[in-house]
Design a protein around this ligand. Structure first.
Ligand code: NAD
Ligand code: ZN
Ligand code: ZN
Length: 360
């Protein structure tokens, strides 16, 4: 019997989201039905609503979630009913070119549920293959990672996207290490996680850049050693001044704009690394003098999901949280009901929150 549950749907580009009754099938082979407990509002949900990711409307939004496994399909062995899980959008296949080269975090053929959730008979496109602003959701078994149930659901869910993306952008993609200098452009949930990750990894100088002083204040709590309000001063100059004229070893762009990508590019030291974790829209262009790309050396990288492996990283990060070494509570600005996602988008746009988290 399919399950009728409430879910947050984006029906058309730019239109406010609505809560609808959707149909969620029973899990088939390799699938898992999860009773969602909490799901964070990530900027990527808003990108979907704006049509900036693709135009496969209607979308079932939400992808930063934790919950309890309710039912498993045939052949599922990694989780069982009653398990507390974080959902992920990187269920690695183990068979693609990248997995076979020993780089599963770049997996080119990640798994999602085979069956579709529907709205009035129309197939829904779940955001990032998850769709968790819903009382229940259907995912591939590899998309459910079991973690210690001692962690609060609204905190654990955040590991499922933004926090992992930011932590991993610093620790995995940027390979930040002890003594490094780092600049993070954009201090939302993702940027602050990059700051927290740089701090955990032992960075010496961590420079937070944002347009909003409220965000910069919070960035200090996550481990930023300096802040720059780039509406008031040139961030490239300011970063040079803070690094003996050199620039930073790792510059992380966590907004997704050409202007801040260029700032990150020029704020980096010779042979340094630029990490793009912010998501651009398809129209955006960057123009850089090729001689600068060549002459500065180093590495320009993009970071999808912090180059994480959920099965390796999620339980470890939850353990660090439970040991008091990673402050995930601070990311939860407010908890809201499933009816308040549209308002949460506006709060995000107004810069009032790091994360609004829907609690079910
Ligand atoms: N690569 C990935 O795997 C991944 C995963 C999750 C989210 N993201 C992306 O990361 C980005 C950030 O997500 P978020 O949820 O933290 O968003 P957010 O809206 O909460 O944070 C963005 C921050 O950037 C600041 N900002 C905006 N314009 C700026 C500018 N010109 N200069 C300096 N600061 C500026 C804002 O004040 C805000 O604090 C989004 O593009 C999102 O889609 C990427
Ligand atoms: Zn693969
Ligand atoms: Zn996200």
């Amino acid at each position: 019997m399919p399950h009728s549950v409430r879910g947050v749907v984006a029906r058309a580009k730019g239109e406010p989201v609505t809560v609808e009754m959707i149909q969620v099938p029973d899990p088939g082979p390799g699938e898992v039905l999860v009773a969602v407990q909490a799901c964070g509002v990530c900027h990527t949900d808003l990108h979907y609503r704006e049509g900036a990711i693709n135009d496969e409307f209607p979308f079932l939004l939400g992808h930063e979630a934790s919950g309890i496994v309710e039912e498993v399909g045939e052949g599922v062995t990694n989780v069982a009913p009653g398990d507390f899980v974080i959902l992920n959008w990187r269920a690695v296949c183990g068979e693609c070119r990248s997995c076979l080269r020993g780089r599963p975090w770049y997996c080119f053929a990640t798994h999602n549920a085979t069956q579709k959730m529907t709205l009035d008979g129309v197939e829904l496109s779940p955001a990032l293959g998850i769709g968790a602003f819903a009382e229940k959701t259907l995912v591939h078994s590899g998309q459910a990672t079991k973690v210690d149930p001692a962690a609060r659901p609204e905190v654990a869910g955040l590991i499922g996207c933004g926090v992992m993306a930011g932590l991993g952008a610093a620790m995995n993609t940027g390979n930040v290490g002890r003594g490094d200098s780092v600049a993070v452009f954009g201090c939302g949930g993702v940027g602050d996680a990059a700051i927290a990750g740089s701090h955990l990894a032992g960075a010496h100088t961590i420079i937070a850049v944002d347009l909003d002083d409220r965000k910069l204040e919070i960035a200090l709590e996550f481990g930023a050693t300096h802040t720059i309000n780039s509406s008031k001063e040139d961030p490239v100059e300011a970063i040079r001044t803070l690094t003996e004229g050199n620039g930073v070893d790792v510059a992380i762009e966590a907004i997704g704009l050409p202007v801040t990508y260029e700032q990150a590019f020029y704020a980096r030291d010779l042979a340094g690394t630029v990490v793009l974790v912010g998501v651009p829209n398809p129209e955006m262009r960057i123009e850089l003098p090729m001689i600068e790309v060549f002459g500065r050396g180093g590495t320009l990288k993009s970071s999808w999901y912090g180059d994480c492996l959920p099965s390796r990283d999620f339980p470890m990060l939850i353990d660090l949280y439970l040991q008091g070494r990673l402050d995930l509570d601070r990311f939860v600005s407010e908890t809201i009901s499933i009816d308040e996602v549209e308002e949460a988008f506006h709060a995000m746009e107004r810069g009032e929150v790091l994360r609004s988290v829907v609690v079910l």
